[in-house]
Design a protein around this ligand. Structure first.
Ligand code: HEM
Length: 417
């Protein structure tokens, strides 16, 4: 059967998407009473918005959906970079994805855990001396140190602030317009030439970089046996550094959740690692981060009565799927216990994308993100005493990425034991 799906009227609804942010798709799904509707975005192009488990299954079906031409220029000029893995399909994507996944071995994850603990120790000592700590600002710097050390990117102490600001601007600018967007573009130019220079130094033998992530990307050969152009290699190194720094958003939400939900976080203090993980999963489900993922129809197909036409944009509602009432009981409650004995399902819980890591576009950094968040909840619930003074902790559903207004301020830090 074929039927007309609801249409969000207007010749271009990009402005509504920007202003309604995380709720743009949900608001219309509720209004239309359906998990699929049509709209026009990015200069009036036809786009189909979908949500839910079945929607995620179709979105991650490589036969039907592709990434080629899906990321708009303003996204490639800020968060992604040109010719990044996010824009690839098929065998060449799979080949490059294997490179990213090779960084996520058990040993490499252990290494990032140790580095994170170590840098946290350094920061807690510093925080003990400070009158007031702004968590989001500190986390960005902490994670820049972690990311660069883990990836083998040398960082002089005099450039920590600059590189922190650049890496943060890359993810802060993607959905912005005006000065925030332009800061992102400048940051991309500067950060790419910083890393490109290192890639060239490694290739010419002027920089020793043994078995680091940096050198592995510098020496990686694509499915045709060619080195990446040094610019593209820099883009992929930044595809490691930038998202690690972006975990600052989740670190801030972890601290917020511990503060806001004392009953749920109480159990963190004497509970095992399993509860810690459930808590972190609930933070990733509950708080807004990635609003949606975008792709294009690869070839015509019919799905749930709608004709998907080759080239149409498709937006998968990430935030809405993580709050879908058919998938989650009382989705608006913060309840880590919902993750107790939950079967793994690659399509219903998708804060970092769905489907398969190796074959599809699911985030290769998901395990790393969870580990860093677990360290954060452990530290904020068990390893530090601190005060949370009165402040505006509200977070916008319009600003992407969302953050508590105050960026989470705490004082009187004292390390426990
Ligand atoms: C892809 C979210 C952390 C590297 C993605 C996608 C999402 C996402 C939604 C796209 C899925 C899709 O297109 O279908 C997040 C969030 C993070 C995070 C919320 C928390 C900070 C990381 C980390 C790394 C990373 C720590 C690397 C160390 C990547 C890469 C891709 C990706 C390279 C592209 C994968 C591909 O196209 O095959 N991420 N991510 N991300 N992420 Fe993450």
């Amino acid at each position: 059967y074929r039927e007309q799906i609801p249409i969000d009227k207007g010749i271009d609804n990009s402005l509504a998407l920007m202003t309604e942010g995380y709720k743009y798709i949900t608001n219309r799904r509720e209004r239309f009473g359906r998990d699929m509707f049509e709209t026009r975005l990015l200069g009036g192009q036809r786009a189909i918005c979908i949500a839910g488990e079945e929607a995620a299954k179709v979105f991650y079906d490589e036969e039907k959906i592709m990434r080629k031409g899906a990321a708009p220029k303003r996204i490639r000029q800020t968060i992604f970079g040109e010719k990044a893995i996010q824009t690839m399909d098929g065998a060449s994507h799979e080949h490059r994805k294997a490179l990213f996944m090779s960084f996520m071995s058990e040993d490499k994850l252990k290494e990032v855990v140790n580095i994170t603990r170590d840098v946290y120790d350094q920061f807690i000592q510093k925080w003990e001396e400070m009158d007031k700590v702004v968590l989001f600002e500190e986390s960005k710097e902490l994670l820049t140190l972690v990311a660069c050390r883990w990836a083998g990117v040398p960082l002089q102490s005099g450039e920590v602030k600059q590189r922190t600001n650049e890496l943060a601007a890359l993810f802060d600018s993607a959905a912005a317009i005006g000065p925030r967007h332009w800061r992102g573009r400048q940051a991309r130019n500067s950060a790419e030439s910083w890393i490109r220079n290192m890639i060239e130094q490694i290739r010419s033998g002027n920089m020793k970089a043994d078995e680091t992530i940096l050198s592995k990307i510098a020496n990686y050969r694509d499915s045709q046996g060619n080195l990446l152009n040094s610019q593209v290699a820099a883009v992929e190194v930044l595809n490691i550094l930038r998202p690690i720094v972006a975990i600052a958003v989740y670190m801030t939400f972890c601290a917020l959740a511990i503060h806001k939900f004392p009953k749920q976080s109480e159990k963190l203090s004497d509970a095992d690692d399993a509860y810690n993980e459930m808590f972190v999963q609930e933070v990733r489900r509950y708080y807004p981060f990635f609003p949606f993922a975008a792709a294009r129809v690869r070839k015509d197909f019919l799905w749930q009565g709608h004709d998907f036409k080759k080239g149409n944009l498709v937006l998968l509602d990430i935030y809405g799927t993580n709050h879908h009432p058919k998938l989650w009981k009382k989705p608006w409650l913060f309840n880590p216990n919902r993750f107790a004995n939950r079967d793994d399902n690659p399509f219903d819980f998708i804060p970092q994308g769905g489907g398969d890591y190796y074959e599809g576009h699911r985030c290769p950094g998901e395990w790393l993100t969870i580990e860093v968040m677990k360290i954060t909840t452990d530290i904020f619930a068990r390893k530090m005493d601190y005060n949370v003074p009165a402040q505006n902790l509200e977070y916008s559903m319009m600003r992407m990425p969302s953050l508590p207004k105050s960026r989470f301020v705490f004082t009187s830090v004292k390390k426990i034991n």
